[in-house]
Ligand binder design. Structure first.
Ligand code: SF4
Length: 375
């Protein structure tokens, strides 16, 4: 059977940024890069290292729309290939560097790799129902609202099957007076539906220490504004970020701020020192002490005990508490993207913490063990 469409697939690539939240990977979201890198780059535990500390760049609406056109062209070709072969499962066998480039993945040059990543992203998205898209990178809301609205409308028009469009957003940007509630509502109306915000902590001393560039008050204002505009809101907190000295205040004030926001999702991402950041250096010199696994569980316990929200509490990342059982690792909390519904399942989470505290601490993975993974 002749498949000229497979040859034509090689002609198309669009820009894909380095990261997206795990829940967007799980939903196999279409990745559209709205901006490049992080406009802040100064959080002491991160320094924009997921983006290789590269300079922040806005992209024009026209440039982003060209990427959407390319994703559309790829999706049309994949649909034709799947039809000719008898379904997406058959087409899946051809979405392989050997068929596309006659090479192993590791042998692909930059252009081929970009092409392969683009095709794989569109294929996985189509294969899982083409329902969600994620606007990359660290803070798409920093774009001019009218340009972002234009991009979102164009995306929805290109792909009417989209039910969810999501993005990272900095609380500072959401809280700014210049980003009005009306503008947020306009973005929501255009089709942007979920925002992922890095809260990290609700404690002002710790926010300052890690140079988050936002106060707890701004976090509350930002979260409430996003909710009022109609967004589904995911807030990420970082157990252990305060080390031994700020653990208690970190837990209590994080719960306080989250209670004031009442987000739809609270997602937990344990702090692991990241190379090439100043917090990593402080830890290496002994100026910052990481919590032991049981200390960290007690911190999570304090946060959860004080948490009075009506959303979901999730531990959807493998860096969250896990312990060794024989030759396997078992995660203390379930890893799925919907986690535990509060307040109904709060007792369940507290029981799990109690159970974890009864397990020999030496069996748990420590943050130190994960450093080499450069998460
Ligand atoms: S945590 Fe987010 S805002 Fe802070 S430097 Fe990293 S990417 Fe930027």
């Amino acid at each position: 059977m002749s498949l000229p469409e497979l040859e034509r697939l090689k002609e198309y690539s669009f820009e894909i940024g380095p990261i997206r939240p795990p829940s967007e990977g799980g939903s196999r979201s279409l990745l559209i890069r709205a901006t490049r890198n992080c406009p802040w780059n100064l959080c002491k535990f991160c320094y924009g290292t997921p983006y290789n500390r590269e300079r922040f760049q806005l992209r024009s609406a026209e440039e982003i729309k060209r990427d959407i056109d390319t994703a559309k062209a790829i999706s049309e070709l994949i649909k034709v290939i799947a039809k000719k072969l008898g379904g997406m499962d058959w087409a899946a066998r051809l979405i392989d560097p050997h068929f596309l480039c006659n090479k192993d993945f590791m042998e692909l040059d930059e252009k081929e790799s970009k092409n392969f990543q683009s095709v794989v992203n569109v294929f996985n998205w189509l294969h899982s129902g083409a329902k969600s898209a994620f606007l990359q990178d660290a803070n798409s809301l920093v774009m001019r609202t009218n340009e972002l609205v234009e991009v979102i409308r164009y995306l929805k028009q290109a792909f009417p099957s989209l039910e969810r469009i999501t993005s990272y957003a900095r609380a500072k940007t959401l809280a700014q007076k210049t980003k009005t509630l009306e503008e947020l509502k306009e973005l929501r109306k255009a089709g942007l539906s979920r925002l992922h915000v890095g809260l990290e902590t609700g404690d002002d001393e710790l926010l300052k220490y890690v140079n988050k560039g936002v106060t707890s008050e701004e976090h509350v204002l930002a979260g409430r504004k996003a909710k009022e505009a109609g967004f589904e809101l995911s807030e990420y907190w970082m157990p252990s970020l305060g080390g031994k000295t700020m653990s208690e205040q970190h837990a209590r004030n994080t719960a306080r701020v989250l209670n004031e926001i009442n987000p739809d999702f609270v997602r937990s991402r344990r702090f692991v020192p990241r190379k090439a950041t100043s917090l990593f250096e402080e830890w290496r010199k002994g100026e910052f002490q990481l919590l032991s696994p049981h200390e960290e569980l007690r911190e999570i316990q304090t946060m959860i005990e004080n948490l009075e929200i009506t959303g979901k509490v999730c531990f959807d990342h493998f860096i969250n508490p896990a312990y060794r059982m024989g030759s396997d690792y078992v995660w203390l909390f379930k890893q799925d993207y919907d986690g535990y519904k509060f307040p109904e399942e709060k007792p369940k989470v507290l029981d799990l913490i109690k159970y974890g505290l009864g397990i020999d601490e030496s069996l748990f993975t420590r943050a130190e063990d994960l450093v080499e993974l450069s998460l």
